[in-house]
Design a protein around this ligand. Sequence first.
Ligand SMILES: Nc1ncnc2c1ncn2[C@@H]1O[C@H](COP(=O)(O)OP(=O)(O)OP(=O)(O)O)[C@@H](O)[C@H]1O
Length: 254
Amino acid sequence: MTSPDRSAAVVRTQALHKRFGTLVAVAGLDLEIARGEVFGLLGPNGSGKTTTIRMLCGLVLPTSGTAQVAGFDITTDAESVRRRIGYMSQRYGLYDELTVFENLRFYASVYGLVGRARERRLEQHIEALGLGGRLTQRAGTLSGGWKQRLALACATAHEPDLVFLDEPTAGVDPAARRTFWEIIYTLARGGTTVLVTTHYMDEAERCQRLAFLSRGHLIGVGTPAQITEQFHAKTVEDVFVMLQQRDEQQGVAG
Ligand SMILES: Nc1ncnc2c1ncn2[C@@H]1O[C@H](COP(=O)(O)OP(=O)(O)OP(=O)(O)O)[C@@H](O)[C@H]1O
């Protein structure tokens, strides 16, 4: 197996801009995320995270600017972009009545895997994500932590270049959180780029790099240590709270 080229950018945006009427949701975003990177997108409510992700998934067209995901242009080749990404929502999207294996097989099929290639891929994926002991259990009867693990497995069954995780460990206990993050890093080492949006600062601190958005503008990118240094703060949480307060004050002033 060849190792992934970590120098290659999986996400590249150039002056990416989205306006809804007069409201600027994303203001000229320039961002690069490398292959196999675990990257966090942070910012207060309404700062433009969801709009950015919807554009990167090829679901919303930018007003101006461009972006490439896995080498495909989000405006002219959204279909190819969608085939190369995975998305794990907070609601998981699992089928409670189906078993763990049936859920996995269903998602692999939706993304176009069939026959022996699908079975081989699932075998390897089940092993990597430690789901072997649960395959015949109905998804609806799993604990929160196992549901999350299965949801991540479903979102990555087709070996996407990039997987989006929306507050991935909200509502699970610390042990399950830790295991989940170990799995995230296993995926990243295998070459999957992981883009996390979260309001939980312990999740943010686990990312290799962070981007902070404020009112649609990118105001800081770097490792958690670089971000805290840039804002003269002790923790990422302090940076977050400071930005939130600033946004609120500007909102009142505006
Ligand atoms: N379809 C839309 N039509 C009009 N305005 C929108 C639309 N989608 C988002 N917005 C606005 O764009 C801005 C950015 O919203 P967005 O959902 O991207 O922020 P966010 O950072 O994801 O917030 P949250 O953390 O609350 O999910 C907000 O002011 C929001 O009200």
